[in-house]
Design a protein. Sequence first.
Length: 76
Amino acid sequence: MDKAELYSIDAERLNWKKSSLTANNGACFELAPLPDGGVAVRDSKNPSNGHLCFTQAEWKAFKGGLLLGDFDHLDQ
């Protein structure tokens, strides 16, 4: 699927899941698997504001960067 096709998927039909570390005030995001193996991401407090779609390759690159500490400088 190309990006346009991913964004045409009805977000309400996706299986959204929050992190078990979500703060009590709901300050977190939700993830949902996409049919192509990618991942959709949205703000759990404002789900109607839209979502981002990542292909499987993009998501793997992001997760790999997290594991390698590429984004640790953002934890300040």
